[in-house]
Ligand binder design. Structure first.
Ligand code: ADP
Ligand code: MG
Length: 779
């Protein structure tokens, strides 16, 4: 029974192997030392609230008994305790010291893997003990408790000592049973996501040796003890170490020695033969236990300076500390959830958005309200979708998106309809975007000139369609007055001017070539036309890109600003301005206000600012800044990066929200952005992104539901089948936007069957198609 240091080192190495085994992914069923994550992530730092002292002290009562209705009993004890403390009417945060091997997926969920020591209550293994206790408490109904943490006694011990000495990062129990826990690096714990910081691991080392690892050092006495135990074959290490078995071990040895005549002159008393007669407390050597333990540890790991601290009521106090910490964390989680709840709209709220959109649509269409309407409902003079007879070569300009482009579009009619496109992208420097109108249009014409050179067709005098994705009040297909700049544009002397006129003048100024400007086209209309070319039921266009807008075929009789009663005309809704009269203020948040305040066009395009690519990232940044200020993120540190407007582009939302991405990748995206984040931060950031983009998709869907229901009612139908042509990178690339938007439309407009069709280059191809239709009508 005496081990040389060599043997002890060998046992150390075996134990180390078992630890590695236990740390592997999933709770390794063959690992004996289970290495269970506890979700306790830090040693108490003494700051913050005083720990709540409301613990299951009464659990001691049941330690020595078997209880089928174990949890009913615990609940009863707890009730008695609260009664005595006169706290029965309070719902206090509570810690639950439960010193058995449990699989945690969070602090307040603990599935009992197996009973140990003297416990054996049936129906508990494999169950979440928090659920069981909650159920038992609920069944009584005379008090309420908020179980926030389940803590192993080893963890409680470590936490209690850690409260006095921050360097305490290991806990050991040597009592009835034996067990240990310690702070492990998170990156070594495969079962738990995250790679930085530490988490306390409950080793459950009592089971060391259960796979036979310790056979060479186990004696006949150890085997005999095991055979007579409640759990033969299990907890073999514990049975060699802990108090529950020590006395019995001594007794067995004494019996053997007596039998061999080495002791008591060979006389064996009935007492000596009685199991359990020899209590551990009678083992004289036990007094030296602690000293021997310390000495052995120090001898075996001379390179470490190990100090031992005796814990005082570790399982109670420690659990209270963990609970206090958990309660702080829960409070933080609740506050974050409350913040994000502002972005969660109920179906009623969405129906309300739909209804308000419908009202604004009506205001935009009616003669007496039209001049002050926020949703302008601008007539486009596009009266029909393409019929396939369009033919010819056309130039198209695309201004108002991320890129300015010049295109040549060759449309061929006949049996095999084809559209061939050539285009070149040009940059518009910000000083031109926000300079004078003349500079802007001179630059545009310069780009056309370059493109015509590039294509070798300076002298062709081609018909041109001008995709100009800003609100224009049109009086014909080729005349449109800019109502107001949106998105990033702000060139002077353009608002209130006819944009086609400005273009024609610039062409004249250049005196180099001539063009026939046939149509001014909004990108929504171009998108609708492009899709309608393939799919005749497409009578709605939607953009979800830098900005947000829609158009649809409205009955001319409803468009009071256009003469005539027959037929339909496409209306460019300019729905981005929805809400500019304050009608969305009840769902807008402080973050929406902040984004609006700092934008180029404060107070305008309020709906667009809630649902388009140019603003979503900025909303997220504002929320993150606020959460950081409140100490919930980035360790409360507001970095220069976080202060930088526009740093959080909407494409990052797409990346972060991608389902295929692990948290580590989210973190690396954030770190790339210069946001030094932990894995916990990354979880929160992902939630924030999700809340913002979900709301965007939902209110966009609510607007679309208003549109399709209006079309259905226009036509006096109980049921409408319709196709919406869609363009925009947000719609195309965000992992959830389109799905949530579709679903919202379906829920809010159940009488419409809406099919969404992706447009391919709506603003180029669509402009050419409209120009072709315009040319045909002119002839
Ligand atoms: P535009 O609307 O300017 O014609 P797009 O439809 O390509 O052009 O939209 C560009 C906008 O889409 C960008 O301003 C950005 O806000 C957003 N965006 C870019 N990449 C992504 C992405 N991966 N996921 C979501 N949105 C994106
Ligand atoms: Mg576009």
């Amino acid at each position: 029974m005496r081990f040389s240091d060599e043997t002890l080192r060998d046992i150390m190495a075996r134990f180390r192997r078992e630890m590695e085994n236990g740390l592997g992914r999933d709770i390794n069923p063959t690992a004996t030392v289970k290495m269970l994550p506890t979700f306790v992530r830090s040693i108490p730092d003494g700051s913050g609230d005083q720990p709540f002292v409301c613990n299951l002290n009464c659990l001691h009562l049941v330690h020595t008994h078997y209880f089928l209705q174990l949890f009913d009993h615990v609940a009863e004890c707890l009730g008695d305790f609260m009664e005595k403390q006169k706290i029965k009417d309070k719902k206090l945060p509570m810690g639950f010291t439960f010193s058995f091997p449990c699989a945690h997926s969070k602090l307040d969920e603990a599935v009992l893997l197996t009973w140990t020591k003297r416990f054996k209550a049936s129906g508990v293994e494999g169950m979440d003990v928090v659920k069981l206790l909650n159920k038992a408490i609920k069944k009584r109904g005379d008090y309420d408790a908020d179980i926030m943490a389940v803590v192993n006694d080893t963890v409680g011990t470590m936490m209690t000592c850690g409260f006095d000495d921050q360097r305490c990062e290991v806990g050991i129990i040597i009592g009835t049973g034996t067990n240990a826990c310690y702070m492990e690096e998170l990156r070594h714990i495969d079962m738990v996501e995250g790679d930085e910081g530490r988490m306390c691991i409950n080793t459950e080392w009592g089971a060391f040796g259960d796979d036979g690892t310790l056979e060479d050092i186990r004696t006949e006495f150890d085997r005999e003890i095991d055979r007579g135990s409640l759990n033969p074959g299990k907890q073999l290490f514990e049975k060699m170490v802990s108090g529950m078995y020590m006395g019995e071990l001594v007794r067995l040895i004494l019996v053997k020695m007596a039998k061999e005549g080495l002791l008591f002159e060979g006389r064996i008393t009935p007492e000596l033969l009685t199991k359990g007669k020899f209590d551990t407390k009678h083992v004289s050597a036990i007094e030296k236990y602690a000293r021997r333990l310390h000495k052995t540890v120090r001898r075996l790991v001379p390179e470490s300076d190990v100090r031992f601290l005796l814990s005082e009521s570790g399982s109670g106090k420690g659990a209270a500390m963990v609970t206090a910490w958990a309660s702080r964390l829960a409070d933080q989680t609740r506050q974050i959830a409350e913040t994000l709840a502002q972005f969660r709209l109920t179906k009623e709220q969405l129906l309300e958005v739909k209804k308000r959109m419908r009202t604004e649509i009506q205001n935009g269409l009616s003669k007496n309200t039209q001049s002050t309407a926020t949703v302008k409902m601008l007539p486009t003079y596009v009266r029909s979708t393409p019929d396939g007879t369009e033919n010819g070569d056309f130039l198209a300009l695309d201004l108002g998106g991320t890129n300015f482009r010049v295109l040549l579009v060759k449309i061929r009619s006949g049996k095999k309809r084809t559209v061939e496109m050539h285009n070149k992208i040009y940059a518009i420097p910000i000083e031109v975007m926000q300079g004078t109108g003349e500079e802007l249009f001179d630059h545009i014409v310069y780009c056309i000139s370059d493109f015509l050179d590039y294509m070798g067709m300076k002298n062709a005098r081609l018909p041109l369609g001008f995709t100009f994705s800003f609100p224009c009040r049109q009086t014909s297909l080729d005349a449109g007055m800019l109502v107001t700049w949106t998105k990033g544009f702000k060139a002077t002397d353009c608002e209130g001017e006819d944009v086609v006129g400005l273009l024609r003048e610039a062409i004249k100024r250049r005196e180099e070539f001539d063009l026939d400007v046939v149509a001014i086209v909004n990108d929504t209309v171009g998108t609708m036309m492009t899709c309608a070319y393939e799919e005749p039921t497409c009578e709605v266009g939607l953009i979800a890109g830098t900005g947000s807008n829609a158009c649809y075929m409205e009955e001319i009789r409803n468009i009071e600003t256009v003469d005539g009663v027959d037929g339909r005309m496409c209306v460019n809704m300019e729905w981005g301005a929805f809400g500019d009269n304050g009608c969305l203020d009840d769902i807008r948040t402080q973050y929406d206000n902040a984004v609006d305040d700092l934008s180029l066009n404060a107070g305008k395009q309020k709906y667009e600012k809630m649902c388009s690519g140019m603003y979503l990232g900025e909303i997220v940044r504002n929320i993150l800044t606020d959460l950081t200020k409140r100490g919930f993120l980035f360790r409360g540190q507001i970095s220069e990066t976080l202060k930088t407007r526009g740093i959080f582009e909407t494409k990052f939302l797409s990346q972060i929200e991608s389902d295929r991405l692990a948290l580590l990748q989210v973190r690396s995206i954030l770190q790339h952005l210069g946001l030094d984040s932990t894995c916990d931060d990354s979880i929160i950031v992902k939630e924030v992104c999700g809340a913002v983009s979900r709301r965007a998709a939902q209110i966009c869907g609510a607007g679309m539901a208003a549109v399709v229901d209006k079309i259905r009612e226009n036509r006096g139908l109980d049921h409408l089948d319709i196709t919406v042509g869609v363009d925009g990178t947000l719609y195309k690339l965000h992992p959830h936007f389109s799905r949530i938007m579709h679903q919202t439309v379906k829920e809010l407009a159940p009488k419409c069957n809406v099919n969404f069709l992706l447009s391919e280059d709506g603003s180029g191809k669509g402009a050419a198609l409209i120009t072709a239709v315009g040319c045909r009508l002119r002839q």
